[in-house]
Write a protein that binds this ligand. Sequence first.
Ligand SMILES: Nc1ncnc2c1ncn2[C@@H]1O[C@H](COP(=O)(O)OP(=O)(O)OP(=O)(O)O)[C@@H](O)[C@H]1O
Ligand SMILES: [Mg+2]
Length: 176
Amino acid sequence: MPRLKLRKTNIMRIIEESLNRISCPANVHISVESSLQDESLWVDSEHMIDILSELEKNSLEAMPDGGLLIIQVKEDEGKVCIALTDTGRGIAEKDRNHLLEPFFTTKPPGEGIGLGLPSAYAFVKSYRGDFSIESNADPQKGKTGTTIRISLPRKMILPDKQAKIIIHDDEEKSAN
Ligand SMILES: Nc1ncnc2c1ncn2[C@@H]1O[C@H](COP(=O)(O)OP(=O)(O)OP(=O)(O)O)[C@@H](O)[C@H]1O
Ligand SMILES: [Mg+2]
């Protein structure tokens, strides 16, 4: 049974933590932009940190010669939307239909398991949010790169019967 550990968290802190978990090469610049008035979100923060750092790692891996990763956060109709845009090589059209299949990877054996995107999708769907991928791998069609968009309902969502829910309302206490 899936378990959702909900806690009122600060989304900007989650992003900061996710970035602390990756090692960013000197030739990649990361910028975080937010237009949020209210940064709170009911979510399992540890799980979300893992999910975001996997997406950030994908972006870094797509920019071996350096580039830019922009993380934009905004509010849209009761949802908190996070867009991760990189200037990497993009995702080839032939691969796009396979991205959410567990164990689909284009990385050499031993370098990728193929679980980053399927896990992110499952995470977002467990909160009844939206997940989308936009990418261009063809320099003739314009700049290459990828944008992953996640949006999560701001209000606490009661999960379906399949999930067990654990609510923490005291961050300090539940962190121990
Ligand atoms: N930002 C990105 N830019 C270019 N390709 C990407 C990007 N994100 C994902 N991909 C492509 O999608 C594939 C699947 O990504 P996913 O994160 O699911 O698995 P992985 O990175 O290969 O392995 P791991 O499970 O270790 O994350 C990658 O192998 C890569 O080809
Ligand atoms: Mg990955």
